[in-house]
Each structure stands twice: as structure tokens, then as C-alpha cells.
Design a protein around this ligand. Structure first.
Ligand code: NDP
Ligand code: 8X3
Length: 254
């Protein structure tokens, strides 16, 4: 029986790279995100390339009822989830606190904190009943190191850091592993989403140095979930070589 991974935010970036890597290694996958067309195309590709079973569930992690409905509607055999990758997340805007947008704040808090909680409650209940499981939460350097104008995004990732610790404590007696992965700069759709489609501004984020790729992060997650049963990596900070802190990046040609 193949192992099962549930990946949130599988339609792009780190989540999509995890989907390819886990499928290549024989995992059956539950892929989620809002963009149904991307989920369907990815599912077909992975099924063709790797002959694994794929279930897709298109929902918005911010909407509790959708999360519960879509996950609980999965057939029972899909609920034997070995690995949950809580990856869906985003940043919106980069403004000082007095100028921040209420809507941007709601979107980040609802997605990065509340969405992660909604998914985690459903799936950790399954894991407790099954007696096994590994939850991997995507935090960020932004959760360890606050930077100018990052205020609310940084706070949401600090919350992911705290929730990862809390989950690890609560799930300890059930033998469920919890890992937090905190990447520095990864070139994905992240900055384009943060700057609301402004591709030029997004591109500048990665000017003059080599950022991490989504595959770099996926390979790190794969390493974490393939440790022996008695080993857990609690917390892992993963940076481009050219980046020392959230803001100290050694840029050339600038
Ligand atoms: P991308 O923008 O490339 O991917 C984000 C994914 O999240 C998409 O699949 C998107 O799917 C999904 N998502 C966003 N909002 C929702 C929502 N409301 N409901 C369901 N799914 C949602 O970014 P990354 O791959 O870079 O980001 C993945 C994670 O890694 C995030 O948590 C991010 O904060 C974190 N991270 C990223 C870093 C970076 O520099 N890129 C560094 C550190 C951490 P869809 O739009 O289809 O819903
Ligand atoms: C994404 C990395 O530094 O843009 O979490 O916040 S950063």
C-alpha cells in the first residue's frame, strides 16, 4: 500500500514541487488549492508520469466550511494520511503598519494562520485515529526575523512557528511528528502575489543573487519525512547561500 501525502497549495511553487517529488517516490497524493484547472492538469501529469493515485480537492483554506466539507468528503481510504504538508500561504503588500491594508491583513491572517489551523484540525484527528502521521508546516525566515514593513506577514509566520511547537506538544503522546520548515528567499509566484501581479517589482526581489528554488525546499521536506521512525527534525531554517538574515542579502551587479 502506497503512502499518502496531503499537500495544500499544490497549484504552484513549493507545493507543486513537493507533489512532483513525492509522486516520483511513489506516494499517492491529495492535492489542494483554489485553482481547479491547475490541480486537474497536475493530477493528470503526475498520474501519467508516475502512475500514482491522485485525489484533488479545490477549496479556499480560509473558509472553514469548505475545508471541512472537502476533506471529510474524501473516501475513508484516503484518510490514512502519512504526511500533511501545510504549505498554502501568501503575503500581501509591504507597507508600514500605519499604512497597511485591512484587507491584506485579513487575507494573510485568514490564510496563513486560520487556514493552516482548519486543515490541521481535520487531518490531525485522522492521524490520531490512525496512530501515525507527520505534519510539515511551512513557516519562513519572516517568522524568525521581523523586517521593515513585513509586520503582519512576519506575525503570521511567527504564529506558524508557535503553532508548530504547540502541535508537537499536543500530538506527542500519539506518536505524530511535527516539523516546521523556514525558508529564506525562494523564487516562486510568492512575490508576484505579494505585489499583486507587478512582475517587475517581484523580479527585483531576486536580483543579483541566486535564490532558493521550490525544488530545493521540496528536497529538504523529503529529507525530513524520510528520517527513521525514532528521529524528528523539529525546526529547520533553509537559506540561499547569499542570504544571512531576512534582509541581509549579498547582491552582485547592483
Ligand atoms: P506560491 O505563490 O508559488 O504558492 C502558494 C500556494 O498557496 C499556491 O498553490 C496557492 O494556490 C496556495 N494558496 C494561497 N492562498 C490560498 C487559499 N486561500 N486557499 C488555498 N490555497 C491557497 O508561493 P510559495 O510556493 O513560495 O509559498 C508556499 C509557502 O511557502 C507559503 O506558506 C509561503 O508563505 C511560504 N514561504 C515562501 C517563501 C518564498 O520566498 N517564496 C519563503 C518562506 C516561506 P491557489 O492560488 O491555487 O489557491
Ligand atoms: C517569504 C520570505 O523574506 O519575503 O516568507 O518574507 S520573505
Amino acid at each position: 500500500m502506497a503512502k499518502i501525502a496531503l499537500i495544500t497549495g499544490a497549484t504552484a511553487g513549493i507545493g507543486e514541487a513537493c507533489a512532483y517529488l513525492f509522486a516520483r517516490n511513489g506516494y499517492d497524493l491529495i492535492l489542494t488549492g483554489r485553482r481547479q484547472d491547475r490541480l486537474d492538469a497536475l493530477a493528470q501529469q503526475l498520474n501519467n508520469d508516475f502512475n500514482v493515485r491522485i485525489a484533488v480537492a479545490a477549496f479556499d483554506v480560509r473558509i472553514k466550511e469548505q475545508v471541512i466539507h472537502h476533506l471529510e468528503s474524501l473516501p475513508d481510504d484516503w484518510k490514512n494520511v502519512d504526511v500533511l504538508i501545510n504549505n498554502a500561504g501568501l503575503s500581501q503588500g509591504l507597507d508600514p503598519i500605519q499604512k497597511g491594508s485591512y484587507d491584506d491583513w485579513d487575507t494573510m491572517i485568514d490564510t496563513n494562520i486560520k487556514g493552516l489551523l482548519y486543515v490541521s484540525k481535520v487531518v490531525s484527528n485522522w492521524m490520531v485515529n490512525n496512530g501515525f502521521g507527520h505534519i510539515v508546516n511551512l513557516g519562513s525566515i519572516a517568522g524568525k526575523d521581523v523586517y521593515a514593513n513585513g509586520n503582519v506577514y512576519c506575525a503570521t509566520k511567527a504564529a506558524v512557528d508557535a503553532l508548530s511547537k504547540g502541535m508537537r506538544i499536543d500530538l506527542l503522546q500519539h506518536g505524530i511528528k511535527v516539523t516546521a520548515i523556514h525558508p529564506g528567499a525562494v523564487e516562486t509566484e510568492f512575490s508576484e502575489v505579494r505585489f499583486k501581479g507587478d512582475k517587475d517589482r517581484a523580479k527585483k526581489v531576486y536580483n543579483g543573487f541566486t535564490p532558493l528554488t521550490a525544488v530545493d525546499v521540496a528536497e529538504t521536506i523529503w529529507f525530513v519525512v524520510t528520517r527513521p521512525a525514532h528521529v524528528n527534525i523539529n525546526d529547520l531554517l533553509l537559506m540561499p547561500t547569499a542570504q544571512a538574515t531576512a534582509t541581509l542579502i549579498d547582491r552582485k551587479n547592483n
